[in-house]
Design a protein around this ligand. Structure first.
Ligand code: NDP
Ligand code: 8X3
Length: 252
């Protein structure tokens, strides 16, 4: 593979971190992003043994900081060939009449608007070069709605629509657009959803074998290493034990 640079949002944990590690193992230079500086710096130190790594600390909700950070990348990192729009989380799991408006704001602002801001900051360079690859991390929650998942599912349905919209609008401009839609992956996702309740979070993955963040990183790597004329438009992946958001074989 030619020396590429990938910008990964949400690289401090889970799917983003596993993807950063796999990309580094394959010689891809990295711009790793997140809010937790200590984790970003530790990852940068770990991966710098193999590739060039730059870290950007920003909350994807902070529009000004997103544009300033990405627009101000040093020359060696400013040509982003691959964008992994991964930052995001669920906040809460409540019926619609009991949901917290702060949780709704967080999910829509991070999962939807944050993804848009980062994409808008990265796209001009890709358009100028007539090449690039955007991977949007959607979810099975963007394909179906499950009880109490209301606003998280809405945010991931929005990612599904944005993914389609990007592919339509960027057609003919040399930029690949892909959605990777995982089912249940054991990361810090449920700890965030349940506001640090580790027991409740661990319970989500009990009794079956969930996907691992490394499983998703593998699939992202597969998508970005297809021949130039091949674009994985939309890929949904679930654990063998999961058939839908609500049907999971928990007999183990
Ligand atoms: P984790 O909680 O392990 O990781 C989430 C990442 O997103 C962290 O690196 C976090 O970094 C970053 N992030 C969250 N909020 C913000 C913010 N406001 N600004 C910047 N970065 C932010 O979860 P996952 O790895 O599981 O989630 C990654 C993506 O995968 C999300 O989009 C999620 O919706 C999606 N997904 C997850 C599934 C699962 O079952 N785990 C299934 C399907 C999709 P920091 O806190 O340092 O900012
Ligand atoms: C995360 C998977 O099933 O918790 O997108 O919505 S799920």
């Amino acid at each position: 593979m030619k020396k590429y640079t990938a910008l990964i949002t949400g690289a401090t944990s889970g799917i983003g971190m596993a993807t950063a590690r796999l990309f580094a193992a394959n010689g891809v230079n990295l711009v790793i992003c997140g809010r937790r500086v200590d984790r970003l710096e530790a990852l940068k130190e770990e991966l710098s043994e193999r590739v060039c790594v730059h870290s950007l600390v920003f909350d994807v909700r902070n529009k000004e900081l997103v544009f300033k950070s990405i627009g101000g990348l040093p020359k060696d990192f400013s040509e982003i060939n691959i964008l992994i729009n991964n930052a995001g989380n669920a906040h809460g799991l409540d019926p619609i009449h009991k949901g917290s408006t702060d949780d709704w704001d967080a999910m829509l602002d991070i999962n939807v608007k944050g993804l848009l801001y980062v994409s808008k900051a990265v796209l001009p360079g890709m358009l100028e070069r007539g090449s690039g690859h955007i991977i949007n991390i959607g979810s099975t929650a963007g394909k179906e709605v499950y009880p109490n998942g209301n606003v998280y599912c809405a945010s991931k349905h929005a990612v599904e629509a944005i993914n389609q919209g990007m592919r339509l609008d960027l057609n003919g401009k040399g930029i690949k657009v892909a959605a990777i839609n995982p089912g249940m992956v054991e990361t810090e996702f449920s700890q965030v959803r349940f506001k640090g309740d580790k027991d409740r979070a661990a319970n989500v993955y009990k009794g079956f074998t969930p996907l691992s963040p490394e499983d998703i990183a593998d699939i992202i790597w597969f998508a970005v290493t297809r021949p130039p004329h091949v674009n994985i438009a939309d890929l949904t992946v679930m654990s063998l034990d999961q058939a839908s958001s609500t049907v999971v074989n928990k007999s183990k």
